[in-house]
Design a protein. Structure first.
Length: 233
């Protein structure tokens, strides 16, 4: 997180709690966007890039569980905490089944919440660093994302930053679906028609780079995303 403040999406319809928590987190060097209903919270997530989400459950227009499900479809890995007055076992179980990293019941200690946020962001940063150093064997190709190099039969292609990031995401999802919205959000910043057309151009470029191995293909899963198919040795 060096060089910029981690950005948090806070969805909380209690005006007093939302404002107090936003101010507290901002005093501790976080950039916080506060939305007071679930629909606005989801729109903010679709519009901007965040490092962590804090979601109340009982909100107007769209509840926190629904928002969390939509967020997980866009980004399965973003840290997500529920902040809720709902203490029933069934609600807590549902929260974790939706992929929550933590379920914090109200009232809670803001300092404890802060420590939990810092801990999970540190863990994610370390995981990201490990992934950045990972290299991939794609059939007869070798891909080094850190150097932006794609090698084949002694020849090396230097990829542009966007080509590199897109191929890296495909490689991380090898033989599985890379959701279109997830790639657009991470690389282009938003899921718009024009960004989608741009990504299609980059997919075509990557297919051209990988054409020397006819066992590799990037399959378009219509309306959902792409799948990098690589035979498993």
């Amino acid at each position: 997180m060096e060089g910029k403040k981690p950005k948090i999406l806070l969805c909380e319809d209690d005006q007093n709690l939302g404002s107090v928590l936003k101010n507290y987190l901002e005093l501790n060097d976080f950039d916080v966007i506060l939305e007071r209903d679930g629909r606005l919270g989801l729109a903010a997530f679709q519009r901007e890039k965040f490092d962590l989400c804090l979601l109340d459950i009982m909100m107007p227009h769209m509840d926190g569980f629904t928002v969390a499900g939509e967020i997980r479809d866009i980004d399965p890995d973003i840290p997500l905490f529920f902040l809720s007055a709902k203490t029933m076992k069934e609600d807590i179980i549902q929260g974790y089944r939706l992929g929550a990293d933590d379920y914090i019941t109200k009232p809670f200690d803001s300092e404890v919440l802060l420590l939990k946020i810092k801990a999970i962001l540190k863990r994610n940063e370390e995981t990201t660093r490990e992934q950045e150093n990972k290299e991939f064997d794609l059939g007869s190709y070798h891909f080094n994302p850190k150097l932006r190099e794609l090698s084949h039969a002694g020849k090396m292609q230097t990829l542009s930053p966007k080509e590199n990031e897109l191929l890296k995401m495909l490689a991380e999802h090898m033989n599985d679906l890379l959701p279109r919205e997830q790639a657009l959000k991470k690389i282009w910043g938003s899921d718009t028609y024009f960004n989608g057309r741009s990504m299609d151009v980059y997919i075509a470029k990557l297919r051209k780079y990988l054409k020397e191995d006819d066992k590799i293909e990037i399959v378009n899963i219509h309306g959902n995303g792409f799948r990098l198919v690589v035979p498993v040795a």
